[in-house]
Design a binder for this molecule. Structure first.
Ligand SMILES: *Cc1c(COP(=O)(O)O)cnc(C)c1O
Length: 394
């Protein structure tokens, strides 16, 4: 690691410029420090890396391909490449993170995983890892979200996890994170908190980005193979907390001149519509009112309903290395159908935000005709088909 590295090790303070840090109660400082040290040791231990790589291959289905999109490219005049995280086991990039954290938890001697979940996707992923590593699993989920995502609640139960309803606050994701942190204060001896994105107190934003870095490392080499040694002009990903975006950006931020673009939900755009503040142990860009009350994010894709974004993204925006835009629900619904019809790929509604931005900007200065853009297809859309049907055929 060199100090000039953009997406490198943030050091013991966990700061990304003026963002990040570790704003947790005294009782959790030691837990975070232990976790940071354990991760640092594991990440530089070849045996850990080999075991993780083996699991991601033989259990997760990695490496995922980069696919050309001939029909879509022809239609919009821009060459579109897709990094196919939709093809990983369980259908999204989330598996990379939970397998990494599960393996780390086992190495730390923990027997129990806890997690927060909003739409249920990260809860399902954590329950999957808990089954894989034979660990007890408790997932905190807001009562409102439990009502909206019954099928994922059942999935978690099938996988052997207990879903604990959270009745405080707005009874959604932000409250589930608080409840999981509260559990961890009293349970840290045998429990690992498996956080779902590049957010929260140090070391999570850094650690989760490193577990997702595999997306970007693979994609950079795969693009060079497809493009005769060249890099795409642009790399685009959707961003809720920002983990799939951070993972793919990490492969390009330091080693290429590719422009980096993250696309938030228009109703949850922490970087385009938020302000700096402290929440869930980190300083970052947050949706809040003028007195600092956190606002509810709202979008067509439940997986992007987080009122903040990871601190490293706030920093990348600050220094201009990445740019942050948003897509509306209608643009997303259109993009969802366009990719299905032209390429035979039904994207997750989250991923459709990235496609929507490409469709809206093809042929502009952002994305000139003839340029090449790599899109991180973070997940597959099977989970969203019923919702989209109800929206299209009310
Ligand atoms: C959870 C999820 C996201 C949003 O999370 P990030 O941390 O921003 O990547 C995006 N896409 C899919 C398919 C998801 O399941």
């Amino acid at each position: 690691m060199t100090p000039t590295e953009l997406m490198g090790d943030p050091g013991p303070g966990g700061c990304f410029g003026r963002f990040g840090g570790r704003f947790v109660p005294e009782a959790l400082v030691a837990a975070c420090v232990d976790l940071e040290q354990a991760f640092r040791a594991a990440w530089s231990d070849p045996a850990f890396r080999i075991e993780l790589d083996r699991l991601l291959r033989h259990y997760g289905g990695r490496p995922t391909p980069v696919s050309r999109c001939p029909r879509l490219s022809e239609e919009i005049g821009v060459e579109v490449l897709l990094k196919r995280e939709d093809l990983t086991h369980t259908g999204s990039h989330k598996l990379n993170n939970v397998v990494g954290q599960g393996l780390l938890a086992r190495r730390m001697g923990k027997s129990r995983l806890i997690a927060e979940t909003g739409a249920g996707q990260h809860g399902v992923a954590t329950a999957t890892a808990a089954a894989l590593f034979d660990m007890e699993c408790v997932v905190y989920m807001g009562e409102v979200d439990i009502g909206r995502q019954e099928l994922n609640v059942f999935r978690m139960e099938l996988l052997g996890a207990e879903v604990r309803p959270v009745a405080s606050g707005s009874r959604t994701l932000k409250d589930a994170v608080n409840e999981a942190l509260r559990d961890w204060v009293g349970s840290v001896v045998d429990t690992h908190y498996c956080l779902g994105s590049v957010m929260g107190p140090h070391p999570y934003p850094w650690m989760v980005r490193e577990f997702q870095r595999v997306i970007g490392e693979e994609a950079r080499e795969q693009c060079r193979e497809l493009l005769g040694g060249g890099d795409p002009a642009l790399v685009v990903a959707c961003a809720g907390g920002g983990s799939n975006a951070a993972g793919i950006f990490a492969g390009f931020a330091d080693d290429t001149a590719a422009a980096l673009v993250a696309v938030e939900a228009a109703g949850g755009a922490a970087l385009t519509g938020g302000l700096p503040g402290v929440l869930h142990g980190m300083r970052s860009a947050l949706l809040q009112d003028e007195v600092g009350q956190i606002l509810e994010a709202e979008s067509i894709s439940a997986g992007l309903d987080y009122p903040g974004i990871g601190p490293e993204h706030a920093h990348l925006a600050d220094i201009g290395r990445a740019r942050y835009h948003s897509a509306t629900d209608q643009q997303v619904l259109d993009a969802f159908q366009v990719l299905a019809r032209t390429e035979g790929i039904i994207p997750a509604l989250e991923s459709a935000h990235a496609i929507a931005w490409v469709l809206a900007n093809a042929g502009t200065d952002e994305l000139p005709l003839g340029s090449t853009v790599l899109v991180n297809l973070s997940g597959r859309g099977d989970k969203d088909v019923a919702q989209v049907r109800d929206l299209l055929r009310p």
